[in-house]
Design a protein around this ligand. Structure first.
Ligand code: PRP
Length: 208
């Protein structure tokens, strides 16, 4: 039995569709009304856990799940001790620095950066040698420059509509993001064949 930490939401649905197509179906998971969090198909030797996207790497790193699907943003932010086996080519977006088009940086003082990703923001600005003041938020990051809480934001941009509708623009691109298939290091040793079988099945069905 291989256990899979599946992110809740649209990304999880897309990944499940690939897995189901690859022979790991467990259709109870498609029932939108269920509040169940564990789904098992003994015949296909698979067990799914539905978890918050930001928690997938925690379950996999600690071995509560053998494998999982996590965004590259989460892997960059938390650097979990897991194997990153495959880029699934879905859930594509960009980690960007955004702000008002007319904003000019005053290097006499630290740049105020609002973000859900303090580690990513810190590493990015460390590399270019710019002092920053991190303002950690948990959502609606775009509000920060509007209310002058921050100068810029470091956040995910997918379609760009949240920025556009709030009169903000991308100023710099930090990284390209997509969903990754990850594995627990111990499971990878002891359930190597099963994990590689799942990886290959995903690889054959992904659209890059
Ligand atoms: C994410 C991200 C941006 C938005 C980008 O927020 O933080 O706000 O999506 O998507 P877009 O480029 O397609 O507009 P999310 O929806 O996760 O909500 P949040 O504000 O609660 O973080």
């Amino acid at each position: 039995m291989i256990s899979v930490a599946l992110p809740k939401g649209r990304l999880g649905e897309e990944v499940y569709a690939l897995l189901a197509d690859a022979g790991y179906s467990c259709d109870e998971i498609l029932d939108k009304k269920t509040r169940k969090l564990v789904f098992e198909n003994k015949e296909h030797t698979v067990r799914y856990f539905q978890v918050k996207p930001t928690d997938v790497a925690v379950y996999v790193e600690r071995g509560a799940a053998d494998v999982g699907i996590a965004g590259k943003d989460i892997l960059m932010e938390y650097s979990p001790d897991v194997y990153e086996l495959l880029d699934l080519g879905i859930g594509k977006c960009r980690m960007c620095i955004a702000g008002f088009a007319e904003f000019t940086d005053n290097t006499d003082r630290p740049l105020r950066v609002a973000t859900k990703f303090p580690h990513i923001a810190r590493s990015y600005y460390e590399e270019i040698g710019r002092d920053i003041d991190i303002i950690k938020l948990h959502g609606s990051i775009e509000l920060a420059p509007i209310l002058k809480l921050s100068d810029v934001i470091c956040d995910i941009v997918e379609t760009g509509s949240t920025l556009r509708e709030n009169n903000l623009v991308v100023r710099e691109e930090v990284a390209k993001i997509s969903a990754r298939f990850i594995a627990n290091k111990v499971s990878f040793r002891f359930a190597n064949e099963e994990i590689l079988k799942m990886k290959n099945a995903l690889e054959n069905r992904r659209v890059i």
